[in-house]
Design a protein around this ligand. Structure first.
Ligand SMILES: *Cc1c(COP(=O)(O)O)cnc(C)c1O
Length: 377
């Protein structure tokens, strides 16, 4: 069945005992043994596995076309647990504009375990391949990237790998499996912050790692998760499944609104640059068309002038909400350089938008009015 059908019915089969269409929330931390001491029903203790979490994991593996998934209480705990499978001396290649907490985790926490990293311009796959060393074990792709919306040619990176010990991870948070399926492009793991579009209503923190094959690294990661306990609660798993069922409809409107707003900003005086892969003058627009089904709902733009002008625009909006995060029903505006740890390569005049489900006319009027406050005649 097509992905929109699978999304609309995510969570699967009706409950066998009651016929309930919506899967129940299994709040139990522990499960009963049989009289002979065995666990014939498969569940022992919820740190190990929980039926609500299992439903979500099976759904994600199906949507991405992978072998299995593991669900975490945040995108960052998913990323952390995957990276903790690395050994001292192992090396990771990161985008130079990677999600700032991923870089912070490697720089400030995992460096203590002897894990090293270097950065490359992922808008240029040859630059990525040049950064690979004999001890490189993972290449970390975010496409589109945050907040500059750079596109990485995932297939070109996979095909250019100089040795077989490197695996490719794609952080697919901004696209979701509806818009981009990294396994079809050769990736080995997909990571999600389900806090964003997958749950979709700004009311859950959750993350996931999906694996394409039954790998040693995935097994080791699951082992670490089950011992260390970074597991999402049954309620958060349930909320995420609930959000996933409307992803197909939401994403259509998210993308349509983003397309209109990117066009408006592109033509607007006082805006010096718009970063959106759907614009024909985006440097990797053709790659984006090839590897994504649509261009997503995240864009950023640079206000002409200096940092204070950008901050003024952000301060004058009424429909957009000033907040970090993305992927909810409400549109958000954010001055990214203020929230990222220093040093950051994010331009001080850059504002990032997460386009929500409002009427695009209202969003455009709101931005137009805010931009008028920095117009210099
Ligand atoms: C938000 C985000 C994360 C981190 O996820 P949390 O759920 O906040 O822990 C990681 N990667 C990307 C691309 C994100 O947008």
């Amino acid at each position: 069945m097509k992905i929109r059908t699978r999304l609309a019915q995510a969570g699967g089969e009706p409950d066998p005992t009651t016929g309930a269409l919506v899967p129940p929330i299994y709040a139990s931390s522990t499960f009963e043994r049989d009289a002979d001491g065995s666990y014939s029903r498969g569940y022992v203790y919820s740190r190990w596995a929980n039926p609500t979490r299992t439903r979500l994991e099976e759904t994600l593996a199906d949507l991405e076309g992978g072998f299995a998934a593991a669900v975490f209480p945040a995108g960052m705990s998913a990323i952390d647990t995957l990276l903790r499978t690395l050994d001292p001396g192992d090396h990771v290649v990161l985008p130079d504009d990677v999600y700032h907490a991923t870089r912070q985790l490697l720089r400030e926490v995992l460096s203590g375990a002897g894990i090293t990293f270097s950065e490359a311009d992922f808008g240029n796959h040859e630059d990525v391949i040049r950064a690979v060393r004999p001890e490189t074990r993972l290449i970390w792709i975010e496409s589109p990237s945050n907040p500059l919306c750079k596109i990485s040619d995932i297939r070109a990176v996979v095909e250019g790998l100089p040795h077989r010990d490197v695996e490719v991870v794609v952080d697919n948070t901004w696209m979701t499996p509806l818009l981009q399926r990294p396994f079809e492009l050769g990736a080995d793991y997909v990571v999600h912050s389900m806090t964003k579009f997958l749950s979709g209503h700004s009311d859950v923190l959750a993350g996931a790692v999906v694996t394409k094959r039954d790998t040693e690294r995935f097994q080791r990661m699951q082992h670490i998760q089950r011992i260390a306990g970074a597991v999402a609660s049954p309620f958060d798993c349930w909320l995420t499944l609930r959000g996933i069922r409307s992803l197909g409809a939401r994403m259509r409107l998210h993308c349509e609104n983003a397309r209109r707003i990117s066009g408006f900003l592109d033509d607007r005086p006082n805006v010096s640059r718009v970063h959106y892969p759907g614009l024909p003058d985006h440097p990797l627009h053709e790659v984006a068309r090839r590897q994504m089904d649509d261009f997503g709902a995240m864009l950023s733009f640079e206000v002409e002038g200096d940092e204070s002008d950008a901050l003024r625009v952000a301060s004058r909006v009424n429909v957009f909400r000033r907040a970090t995060s993305l992927g909810g029903t409400e549109s958000l505006i954010e001055h990214r350089a203020s929230i990222e740890s220093k040093p950051t390569s994010t331009p001080p005049t850059l504002l990032r938008l997460s386009i929500g489900l409002e009427d695009a006319d209202d969003l455009i009027r709101d931005l137009d009015k805010a931009l008028n406050t920095v117009t210099r005649y």
